[in-house]
Design a protein around this ligand. Structure first.
Ligand SMILES: Cc1cc2nc3c(=O)[nH]c(=O)nc-3n(C[C@H](O)[C@H](O)[C@H](O)COP(=O)(O)OP(=O)(O)OC[C@H]3O[C@@H](n4cnc5c(N)ncnc54)[C@H](O)[C@@H]3O)c2cc1C
Length: 385
């Protein structure tokens, strides 16, 4: 079905756009909402798509549970070990000291994406005015007139055509699945190397198959992408060390360019930007999608408030005020998460001697000052509301 007018238009059927549609429709099934989705309507077409492991926080799990969109394949993180290659300073965070079932969960992007699509289809069955339109990849402009336009077009750094505020870290992330000899179940490792962070994270395939996110200069990352499997594993072993035994196998290597892009203003008139369309972060702290889901959840609440009321309440002035109030409510969480991630991306990749020293001290302080560690972990797990 094709429509030309609606109340709410969501552009982008990635995880954040889907979640925003689902939370809006769950609370207000009559919403006149159109979702424009560039992906195929067939889930099978996404199965071989993006397989990178994404760390989702406990807060995100609680949010996704409300719409039955928690994927069945995931790995829990019970401990995170943070260190820097060849220097002093390390910190260990455990679920016990934070009194949580898990510090986080690792899930493939495509599983999050497909599970959200399935959850939205279930909700769709009770929504007479909801239209989910699959459009061509090269369709740029929507012809649909909407009272409110939600931009959830997402994107990766450098594939985005706007850089209002941001920076190029001169880094790429090489991701893949790596098999090792002797991994501790549920343990995540984050190691800061001279070129960037190297994370080895659990996967649902078993305790010795791990998700790798290796950040380095674009040149080194490209070279590592092209190495034979054997030579790649030798380099990885040299950088990571022998804590989890030998690295035996690598598969599904992919490269992503990294940087920070964010909008200072996330609303303009009747338009609002959420998820990666509002901010694209370095993956060092695993916060991009977690922040985007919080955007989607809080925006859905505002949309329901405005559009479930009488027609007079949908006036342009009311919509504008609701979006302004949404933007205000996101300020602290956005600023903190963007700032913390940017700080980590810069500080943990610097080789300047005073910064290396301060970094070692900071990791030691984290280890020996439980309140600081708890505060940081809570920010990572729940964000600020
Ligand atoms: C290597 C790497 C590791 C990461 N690890 C983590 C992590 O551990 N934890 C975490 O929280 N985050 C992580 N992230 C970030 C996370 O992937 C993003 O924050 C998240 O995907 C954003 O979701 P989104 O829906 O906003 O955008 P996207 O995932 O980019 O989805 C946007 C969708 O909109 C569609 N689209 C684009 N233009 C249009 C249009 N004009 N009309 C209609 N549809 C359109 C696209 O096809 C796409 O399907 C990582 C990112 C990278 C690169």
């Amino acid at each position: 079905m094709s429509v030309s007018t609606c109340d709410i238009l969501i552009q982008g059927g990635g995880p954040v756009g889907l979640a925003c549609a689902a939370w809006t429709l769950q609370k207000f099934p009559e919403a006149k909402l159109v979702l424009l989705d560039r992906n195929s309507s067939n889930d099978d077409d996404l199965v071989s798509a993006d397989s990178r492991g994404i760390a989702l926080s406990h807060g995100s799990k609680l949010l996704l549970d409300t719409i039955n969109a928690w994927p069945k394949d995931f790995a829990q993180i019970h401990r995170v070990h943070v260190s820097q290659a060849g220097r002093f300073g390390r910190a260990l965070m455990t679920r016990e000291e934070l009194k949580q079932d898990a510090l986080g969960h690792i899930i493939r992007y495509r599983d999050i994406h497909i599970t959200l699509r399935q959850a939205l289809r279930v909700i769709q069955a009770k929504c007479p005015n909801f239209v989910w339109e699959h459009i061509q990849k090269d369709t740029q402009e929507s012809q649909i007139q909407a009272k409110c336009i939600v931009h959830a077009e997402g994107g990766l750094f450098k594939t985005q055509d706007w850089v209002e505020s941001g920076k190029d870290y001169g880094q790429s992330a090489l991701v893949g699945l790596v098999e090792v000899e002797n991994a501790e179940p549920h343990q995540a490792w984050e190691r800061f190397t001279s070129e960037g962070p190297l994370a080895v994270l659990p996967s649902h395939y078993g305790s010795n198959i791990l998700n790798l996110v290796w950040c380095g200069s674009p040149e080194s990352s490209q070279r590592r992408l092209e190495l034979s499997d054997d030579n790649f594993l030798i380099e990885l072993q040299a950088e990571f060390g022998s804590r989890i035994g030998r690295f035996l196998k690598i598969q599904d290597r992919r490269l992503y360019e990294l940087g920070l892009n964010y909008r200072k203003e996330i609303t303009n008139g009747n338009e609002v930007w959420i998820g990666n369309a509002a901010q694209t972060l370095h993956p060092v702290a695993g916060q991009g999608l977690n922040l985007g889901l919080r955007d989607a959840f809080l925006l859905a609440e505002k949309l329901v408030e405005v559009f479930s009321g009488s027609i007079e309440e949908h006036s342009p002035a009311n919509i504008h005020n609701a979006l302004q109030s949404y933007a205000q409510s996101r300020k602290v969480d956005r600023t903190t998460t963007i700032g913390l991630t940017d700080f980590m991306a810069r500080v943990f990749t610097s080789n300047l001697a005073p910064i290396v020293m301060a970094r070692g001290l900071a990791l030691s302080a984290l280890q020996w000052l439980p309140p600081v560690k708890t505060a940081l972990a809570r920010q990572m797990m729940f964000g600020r509301r």
